[in-house]
Structure formats: C-alpha cells, structure tokens
Design a protein around this ligand. Structure first.
Ligand code: RET
Length: 287
C-alpha cells in the first residue's frame, strides 16, 4: 500500500487511482453517472422555464431561483465530470484507469462551490412559496444564508483532509454538521408555518417537500463520509466501490434536492394559485 500522504491533500479517489487503478466498470460507471447528473440539470432547466406561467406572479421567483440553480449546477457538474475523465488515463499494461501524470488530480471541490450558489438559492426558494405566520422573512432568509454558507465552507475545508488527516476531516465535518442541524430546524419550522392556512393540495406537497428535503440533504454528509463508511475504521477505504458509491450518492442527492424539490414547489404553488383564483388550466395563453 502506498503511503497515505503520497499525494498530499488529494481526496481518496486519487489514492485509489494511484494504488490499484479503476476497472473499466468502475471508471465508466463514474463517468456516466456524472454525465447524467449534468444532463438532468439542463433538461430540468426547460421544465422550470416552461412552467413559470402556470403559477400566479407572486410565486414566480421560486421558478426563477430554480433556473439559477439549474444553470450553475449544469456548468459546475459538467466541469466536475471533465475533471474525472481527465484525471485518470487508461493504462494498457495493467488494463486499468490510473492516475494520469501532468493532469489535474480529481477533487469534489467543484461540487462544493456549486453548493455555495445553490444551497442559499434552494433555501430562499421555499420562502417565496409559503406564507410565514410567526417568523420574519428577512430573519429566516439571513439565517438560511449564514448557516448554509458556513456549512459548505467548513465541509469544503474538511474534504481536503479525508486521507491525510482523519481527525481534521472529522472535526470540520462535525462543525459543518452543527450548521446543518440549524438548517433542518429552521426548514421544519418554515414548512410547518407554511402549511397553516394553505389549501389541502398544497399542504400535501409541503409534507412531501419536508420528507424529500430531509432525506436528500442527509445524503451529502453520507457521501462525505463514504471512504469511512466502507472501512469502518479510522483509515479511509481505498476501494473503487466506495468511489462509485460516492458519485452515485451525490448525483441522486443533487437530482432530488434541486430538481424534484423545485418541481414539488411548483406543484404546491400551482395549488395555491388555483385557490387564489389563478387557474392556469383555464387561462388561455397561460404558457
Ligand atoms: C458536508 C460536510 C460534512 C457534514 C455535512 C455536510 C452537508 C452538506 C449538505 C449539502 C447540501 C447540498 C445541496 C446542494 C444542492 O445544490 C458539507 C458534506 C452536514 C447538506 C442541497
């Protein structure tokens, strides 16, 4: 086994590429999953643009924020995919994809920086759909912004240490989780308040949004921990299965937390619009 600091602060994907290389299946599955990830963002971009007039004007900022999320995710996830395919090269001797020389190493940092844009947008988005009863819009918005960016920046720092310094990796992961817990508490409150007085159909969607939010956002810390979930020890597992599992987990989490969440918010807003007399099915030239 190579020394666990041969590549400095590189993430475990690179150490797997250096130590054993990737089989055709693991390499291609990773490349394909990363590609599907950004393709979905471009496809969903059209959904959010084309459905914008199905909701009353006051809810349309939610669709606009989904558009912002889709564009930034599409671009950054595409770069993330290219980072994967350029970091590893096929080696005919070992018949595996190994760490290339004179190329960038692989790093999930593009994702984290994408979250820096998308997390505040996704958190703000719901505030344009629900009506808060006791909380103040600007106070919730500021808390979402502060805790969201702090969660990401601390996690971004931590991920550099996932191989070389597990203690620092867990320390920053823990700090990030504290901010995450605040976000979950605030979001639960926002959704509970939003349900009050909302039409029945919208209440149902809001209930689904909370469940989706909770599960999808939990996947991110799961992916962060992946090398340790596979090793059950204080050394990261240099396993290609763990590498593929991380790509799949991030991609499912991204589609759920950005696309499906945005669709459910659109559906909730459609119900609210109808209850307020704006029924897109009856309005001519609505789309
Ligand atoms: C990190 C570090 C480890 C601890 C925790 C994390 C949480 C990340 C989350 C990210 C959500 C991202 C979203 C992106 C959408 O575009 C940073 C992995 C708790 C919850 C929703």
């Amino acid at each position: 086994m190579y020394l666990l600091n041969a590549l400095g602060n590189a993430t475990f994907e690179n150490y797997v590429g250096l130590e054993s290389g990737f089989t055709e299946m693991a390499y291609q599955m990773s490349a394909h999953v990363l590609t599907v990830g950004y393709a979905v963002m471009l496809a969903a971009l059209f959904y959010f643009v084309l459905t914008i007039k199905t909701v009353a004007p006051k809810y349309r900022i939610s669709s606009v924020l989904s558009v912002v999320v889709m564009v930034s995710a599409f671009l950054l996830l595409m770069i993330q995919q290219q980072n994967w395919t350029s970091a590893f090269v096929f080696d005919t001797e070992s018949q595996r994809y190994v760490l290339g020389s004179a190329t960038d190493l692989f790093n999930n940092g593009y994702r984290y920086l994408n979250w820096l844009i998308d997390v505040p947008m996704l958190l703000f988005q719901i505030l344009f759909v629900v009506t808060l009863t006791s909380s103040k819009f600007s106070s919730v918005r500021n808390k979402f912004f502060f805790h969201g960016t702090a969660m990401i920046v601390t996690g971004y720092i931590g991920q550099f240490y996932e191989v070389t310094n597990p203690m620092l990796f867990f320390f920053w992961g823990f700090v990030s989780s504290v901010f995450f817990v605040f976000i979950l508490i605030i979001m639960k409150k926002v959704i509970d308040e939003g349900k009050q007085g909302a039409p029945e159909g919208a209440q149902r969607y809001l209930g689904m949004i909370w469940k989706l939010f909770f599960v999808a956002w939990m996947l991110y810390p799961g992916a962060y921990l992946m090398p340790y979930l596979f090793s059950f020890s204080l050394e990261p597992a240099l396993s290609e299965t763990a590498v593929v599992a991380r790509h799949i987990t991030y991609t499912i989490a991204d589609v759920a937390s950005k696309v499906i969440y945005g669709i459910l918010l659109t559906l909730a807003a459609q119900e609210m619009s109808k209850a307020e007399g704006y029924d897109y099915e009856k309005i001519e030239n609505a789309i």
